[in-house]
Design a protein around this ligand. Structure first.
Ligand code: NAD
Length: 290
């Protein structure tokens, strides 16, 4: 990796624009065939972050021709009552996609509900069937954030075969699926998490470092190999009200060959991936593959 390339930003907004263009064209073709993609966002209760996320989805997806419905449910409902709502959406032929807004109330484990969403309508790619398929086919519907990370890495044109990738964070929507997909590309993977001893010993070796933790400033310059590709998934609000990633970008960017900014990196690509997944689900239903 050349000196001249040091710290080049991966422009998530520009990547997202390209994805929206392709999705917009795909949806126009579906509408010509009489299929209107219809996404229902199910939300139980409110938090600042989830309200913003639902609003963003509507603002981004509606102009593409996706019908968007916000189903706000009483947060005191039981898991069984929530499942009844999900099953009604599964059965509703005018609904092509279902998104379950996090967080759910503490008493309801997310996976119990996610596995009740019909896999053909699972636009977040979190149903076990979709997670499993992703291992074999990255073009399939998968978790939006994991797909965003893979797309950002791809945008650097850095070949993956033989690269050492360290992922910090082992969640079902980022760390685990990203690791499995990169294994398919013959990268060598280490996944670190809260119980990993001496995190820096691992991160310092990484050709590609993916960080998805939610701790601003966790990754400092001395934890990064010179020339590494650094993908920062973290989104946190700092005490002074800023949005910050997990990587200290001022310190790390001069050392990295490529780096994603926060905001403007993985976040915008993730929402674009939701649009892409929504189109793919509707396409499959249009073709009778659901
Ligand atoms: P999570 O919150 O489910 O889990 C956090 C992970 O970090 C766990 O694997 C945990 O073991 C690990 N961890 C915690 N402390 C650690 C430490 N000190 N050292 C090493 N590992 C540690 O993860 P998530 O849902 O993937 O979210 C992670 C971050 O990514 C959050 O900031 C979240 O807001 C953000 N996020 C961003 C997007 C986006 O679109 N950009 C999407 C999803 C999540």
């Amino acid at each position: 990796m050349s000196e001249a390339a040091a710290g080049r930003r991966i422009d998530g907004r520009s990547i997202a624009r390209t994805i929206y263009e392709r999705v917009g064209e795909g949806i126009a073709r579906l509408r010509q065939r009489g299929m209107v993609p219809h996404l229902v966002a199910v939300q139980m209760g409110h938090s600042e972050a989830s309200d913003v996320y639902v609003r963003n989805q509507k603002e981004r997806l509606s102009p593409l021709g996706i019908q968007f419905t916000h189903l706000a449910l009483d947060p005191t409902l039981s898991a069984e009552a929530l499942i009844t709502h999900v099953e009604a959406l599964n059965e509703n032929p005018t609904v092509t996609g279902i998104i379950l807004t996090m967080p759910l109330p503490d008493a309801i484990p997310a996976f119990r509900i996610q596995e009740r969403i019909h896999p053909a309508k699972d636009v977040e790619g979190v149903h076990p069937a979709n997670l499993g398929r992703l291992i074999h086919n990255r073009q399939a519907v998968g978790p939006c954030t994991a797909l965003a990370v893979l797309t950002a890495i791809e945008a650097t044109d850095v070949p993956l075969e033989g690269k050492y990738v360290v992922i910090v964070g082992h969640s079902d929507i980022v760390g685990k699926p990203v690791g499995l997909c990169l294994l398919q590309e013959l990268a060598t993977i280490t996944t670190c998490h809260v119980a990993t001893k001496d995190l820096a010993r691992h991160t310092r070796e990484a050709d590609i470092l993916v960080v998805a933790v939610g701790q601003p400033g966790l990754i400092r310059a001395d934890m990064v190999k010179p020339g590494a590709v650094v993908i920062d998934v973290g989104i946190s609000r700092t005490s002074d009200g800023r949005i910050a990633g997990d990587v200290d970008i001022d310190e790390v960017a001069p050392r990295a060959s490529w780096i994603t900014p926060v905001p403007g990196g993985i976040g915008p690509i993730t929402v674009a991936m939701l649009a892409r997944n929504t189109m793919l689900c509707a396409e499959k239903q249009c073709e009778g593959g659901a």
